[in-house]
Design a protein around this ligand. Structure first.
Ligand code: NAD
Ligand code: MLT
Length: 311
């Protein structure tokens, strides 16, 4: 009897592949290439993706045998969960696999924006020894506003407490007592915007959060604010941020995610006071190994008809 087929549409760790290889036929495709993806899903039982593959109704229409779609990471915004459910396809992810890695990347961006690390590095590589131009700011005693006090937001808050920062957060779904336990004060969005010296975004991308930090919000912030977004592109409106940077209403920004990806050209990239990375938030060996093995195990359970616990 032939083995069930697992289609791997984006890079998956060797440890994850090893979990699958004994029991399944493992095939590969470039999930960002729709012309290749759509025929490739026709006769597979499971599909494994990361951010670049849009798993939507069109995919499920082509995938007559598909039983499970697995996202080797946290966010499910590139999976149409409703369409999957309609098509009888189970959706699984690896919700804790990369949270430490993502939190550490947000902090790396925050420190890089505070201290102009990439700018100084780039100038020195060009043979320019520019010290006063890249004078930065300290974190100690400053207020950081955490947008979204979920898994990653909490890890970021705990780590920034070690820098002696005041931490406020906006998250209407979290109890004030839980926040207080973490040493975090829950505030309204407007309070956060007016108080913060740094803002770090850890929200899911939903109808409510898309554009949550837009022109109105960026007119409320302190001019010395530095904004980090290592959550999802578009939560901080890119045109509004571009304008705020141009008009000097924001001192800097650290961005790992963009409204459309890959993003290699953007009006934002002209600003000297931004630090950008190409969606590297989950990109450590440790996180990729965890994400790969977690989703591979979930796929194995799902294809054996067993209960798939939250990872
Ligand atoms: P999570 O679900 O644990 O936390 C999200 C928090 O946001 C929750 O506490 C929730 O109550 C809050 N929230 C939801 N809607 C809100 C709203 N409208 N207003 C205010 N608060 C709201 O998610 P997480 O695991 O912490 O992930 C956070 C984000 O980071 C997600 O967008 C995820 O996709 C992204 N992420 C990015 C990378 C990367 O590579 N850059 C890696 C991992 C995760
Ligand atoms: C995630 O949601 O897990 C991250 O954005 C990482 C990724 O997409 O690979």
């Amino acid at each position: 009897m032939s083995k069930p087929v697992v289609l791997v549409a984006e890079e998956l760790s060797p440890a994850g592949i090893a979990v699958l290889e004994n029991d399944f036929e493992v095939r590969y495709v470039d999930g960002a290439d729709r012309a290749a993806l759509l025929p490739a899903v026709a006769d597979v039982d499971a599909l494994i993706i990361r951010s670049a593959t849009k798993a939507n109704a069109e995919v499920f229409d082509h995938a007559k045998r598909l039983r499970v779609v697995a996202r080797a990471g946290v966010g499910l915004d590139n999976v149409d969960v409703e369409a999957a459910t309609k098509a009888g396809v189970m959706v699984v992810n690896a919700p804790t696999s990369n949270i430490v890695t993502a939190a550490e990347h947000a902090i790396a961006l925050l420190l890089a924006t505070a201290r102009n690390v990439p700018q100084g590095h780039a100038a020195l590589k060009q043979g320019e020894w520019k010290r006063s131009k890249y004078t930065g700011v300290e974190l100690q005693g400053k207020t950081v506003g955490v947008l979204g006090l979920g898994r990653i937001g909490v890890l970021v808050a705990q780590r920034l407490a070690g820098f002696d920062m005041e931490i406020v957060a906006y998250d209407p779904y979290i109890q004030a007592a839980r926040a207080a336990q973490l040493g975090v004060k829950l505030v309204s969005l407007d309070e956060l915007l007016t108080q913060a010296d740094f803002i770090t975004v850890h929200l899911p991308k939903t109808k409510e959060t898309l554009g949550l930090i837009g022109d109105r919000e960026l007119r409320m912030v302190k001019p010395e604010v530095r904004i980090v977004n290592a959550a999802r592109g578009g939560i901080v409106d890119e045109a509004a941020l571009d304008l705020a940077l141009t008009e000097g209403r924001v001192a800097g920004a650290g961005l790992d995610v963009f409204s459309s990806e890959p993003m290699t050209e953007s009006p934002l990239f002209k600003h000297d006071n931004i630090v950008i990375t190409p969606h590297l938030g989950a990109s450590t060996h440790e996180a990729q190994e965890k994400a790969g093995t977690q989703v591979a195990k979930s796929v194995k359970l799902a294809l054996s008809g067993e209960f798939v616990p939250d990872a």
